[in-house]
Design a protein around this ligand. Structure first.
Ligand code: AMP
Length: 630
């Protein structure tokens, strides 16, 4: 058996000793008594009885050994700034932020909603929150007011931390007006809004009493030391919302001890990164990848984390490689879409800088196609590793694990299950195991390993029903992804089993986009499907039935109406959910029992055969779709 196989097998068959060993990678103030309590399946509690703190493991414990090493380097090509924080300086900033939060009455278990662009203060806010035992919920800065309001109402934060604005390609994106609108829509508004004023938006309005300027609060707390709040291993560290098949996003709840151990182990084992080395993750703190591999993973490991605000092509398409050279980055984490963006640029930038320190480039979040993988691997001369995981798991499910063994990679495959994950491919109806090269639903036999979601925030029942209810005879976690496994044990992801789509590595529910479109007063009914796209992997395309057909009577009117519907999505959900096209039809193709024929619509959009249509209610509705896309 290879080292990988031995490690994986022991992580499943001797899970207690395996995870006890991994747990020694972090600091515990009180040792755990039991590795895993799985007495109430499918709920798993890891490192029971143990007490720790995420911020302590990310910063304080490194103060003795690496106080003057850069912990966080922030580079913004938007504002042309670079700021470096050593572990000592990061500790000071986080203590100050924690003192501000405490002065506002925030304590253990309170929620802090962070709606910020990619600035260091967002990281301070996250770390300060967990330092005092509070729970953060970071909402991606690209989400619009209504989406933000829904998250406010679910998490019920006592305080929100926001910036005046973000910046994209030099264009100021105000965030404060969206915050104000979201709070006015919310049933459970926060008491305070702490503003990090970057002075990008001079027109920013504030509400005295509720809104507070961090620059005014911080000097009162400079130099204060806030002791870490020791919490139970299972104490929630954060809530991160993700899309599913309903319009209501799910709050993925993460624990503290299990998450810290999972990340601490992943840095050497999967990312082959040692303490003191630089790690560069190009994601955004609003996504799970940003939580795990911009903030917590590299810091827990004692790495230098590189945080970048800006586009990969500004000021020129060499910016990322320049940073790799400058900071001697050893491992980089990005997405296939970002690489496809670079592919359209001047290729000479790939070799302009010395990237010889870079050992691996990890790409995740969406399927990695072979041309993209080959192009970047050969262009930069770096090994590409496909990573497959989900917001729910918090760290990779499938990946090559070069820190354990440098197994041969097969293009198009994220290799094997990561240690701790007991992965099974099951027939979607019977639940039977599928054979080599046969398509099955990718499932994980519980308990889910440390670091994975504990539950859905405030809704244990939804957690059990959504993730563990697929098969009646066996309670397994389903990822809702199709996959195959070849005779050598390599896995291949084949797409979602549900109505979730993946746009540029971002997961969106078609239902969520449909609800946003329905906010337009002239829309009676709408279907959104994900359609293959050369750059973004998939894009949403909408088919809408209008109430007043006179508004779409001519091509000119149709164009205006289409733009209006797109603007409605921008307003309700955010531009990330904006459909690439909105086609107006008089009926949607449905079965006789009223079920939308999404697969058939999607097939027509991708010029494929729509398949079995014997149950269709009105064939002319499908003809309209065919004509619209033609
Ligand atoms: P998210 O929770 O937003 O990270 O989205 C997770 C989903 O993205 C998965 O369920 C997959 O559908 C897709 N995904 C993530 N990584 C990969 C990958 N390496 N290959 C194929 N699909 C992926």
């Amino acid at each position: 058996m290879t080292t990988y196989k031995i490690t994986h097998t022991s992580s499943i068959t001797a899970a207690s000793s395996f995870w006890t060993k991994q747990a020694s990678r972090i600091d515990w103030v009180r040792p755990f008594e039991q590795v895993c309590d799985f007495s109430k399946p499918p709920f798993a509690k890891w490192f029971v009885g143990g007490e720790t703190n995420l911020c302590y493991n990310a910063i304080d414990r490194h103060l003795a050994t690496r106080p003057n090493q850069a912990a966080l380097v922030w580079i913004s090509s938007e504002t042309e700034q670079t700021r470096t924080f050593t572990y000592r300086q990061l500790w000071e900033e986080v203590n100050c932020f924690a003192a501000v939060l405490k002065s506002l009455g925030i304590g253990k278990g309170d929620r802090v909603l962070i709606y910020m662009p990619m600035v260091p203060e967002a990281v301070f806010a996250m770390l300060a929150t967990v330092r005092i035992g509070a729970i953060h919920s970071v909402v991606f800065g690209g989400f619009a007011a209504a989406s933000l309001a829904a998250r406010i109402d679910d998490a019920k934060p006592r305080v929100m931390i926001v910036a005046d604005a973000g910046s994209r390609a030099g264009k100021i994106i105000p965030l404060k007006p969206l915050t104000d609108e979201a709070i006015s829509l919310a049933q459970h508004p926060p008491k305070h809004v702490v503003i990090i004023n970057r002075h990008l938006d001079a027109s920013m309005q504030t509400l005295p009493g509720r809104d507070m300027d961090y620059a005014a609060l911080a000097p009162r707390h400079e130099g204060e030391i806030v002791a870490c709040e020791w919490v139970d291993s299972s104490h929630p560290s954060y809530i991160l919302y993700t899309s599913g098949t309903t319009g209501k996003p799910k709050g993925v709840q993460r624990d503290t001890g299990g998450y810290a151990v999972a990340l601490a182990a992943s840095m050497p084992n999967i990312y082959a990164t040692q303490p003191g080395e630089a790690f560069f993750c190009t994601s955004d703190i609003g996504w799970v990848v940003g939580h795990s591999y911009i903030v917590y993973g590299p810091l827990i490991n004692g790495s230098t984390t590189i945080m970048y605000e800006g586009l990969p092509i500004r000021p020129d398409p060499g910016i990322w490689w320049k940073l790799v050279e400058q900071y001697k980055v050893v491992a980089m984490f990005s997405s296939p879409t970002a690489v496809r963006v670079l592919k359209k640029q001047d290729t000479s930038y790939l070799t302009k800088y010395d990237t010889s320190t870079l050992r691996y480039l990890y790409l995740a979040g969406e399927p990695l196609d072979q041309p993209t993988s080959d192009w970047i691997e050969n262009g930069v001369g770096v090994k590409v590793i496909d990573n497959y995981w989900q917001t729910e798991t918090g760290w990779p499910i499938l990946s090559a694990q070069p820190g354990i063994e440098d197994t041969p990679r097969k293009l198009g495959s994220p290799s094997f299950p990561v240690y701790g994950y007991n992965v099974k491919l099951k027939h979607d109806e019977t639940g039977a195991a599928v054979g080599p090269d046969e398509k099955g639903v990718l499932c994980i036999v519980p308990p889910l390993p440390p670091g994975c979601m504990s539950t859905i925030w405030g809704d244990d029942e939804r957690f059990v029903k959504t993730y563990f209810g697929m098969f009646k005879d066996e309670q397994v976690y389903t990822t809702f992804d199709w996959a195959t496994r070849d005779a050598d044990g390599y896995y291949y992801i084949m797409g979602r089993t549900d109505d979730v789509i993946n746009v540029a590595g971002h997961r969106l529910g078609t239902r969520e986009i449909e609800e946003a479109i329905q906010a337009h007063k002239n829309i009676a009914e709408v279907a959104v499907v994900g359609v293959a796209d050369a750059l973004k992997g998939q894009v949403p395309v909408a088919f809408a039935v209008v109430k007043d057909t006179s508004l779409v009577a001519t091509p000119a009117l149709i164009a205006v109406h289409e733009k209006e519907v797109m603007a409605t999505v921008d307003h309700e959900l955010g531009a990330i959910g904006r459909p690439a096209r909105v086609h107006f039809v008089t009926a949607l193709p449905k079965t006789r029992s009223g079920k939308l024929l999404r697969r058939a619509i999607q097939a027509l959009c991708e010029s494929r055969d729509p398949g079995d249509l014997t149950t269709i209610e009105d064939p002319s509705a499908l003809e309209q779709v065919r004509n619209a896309v033609a």
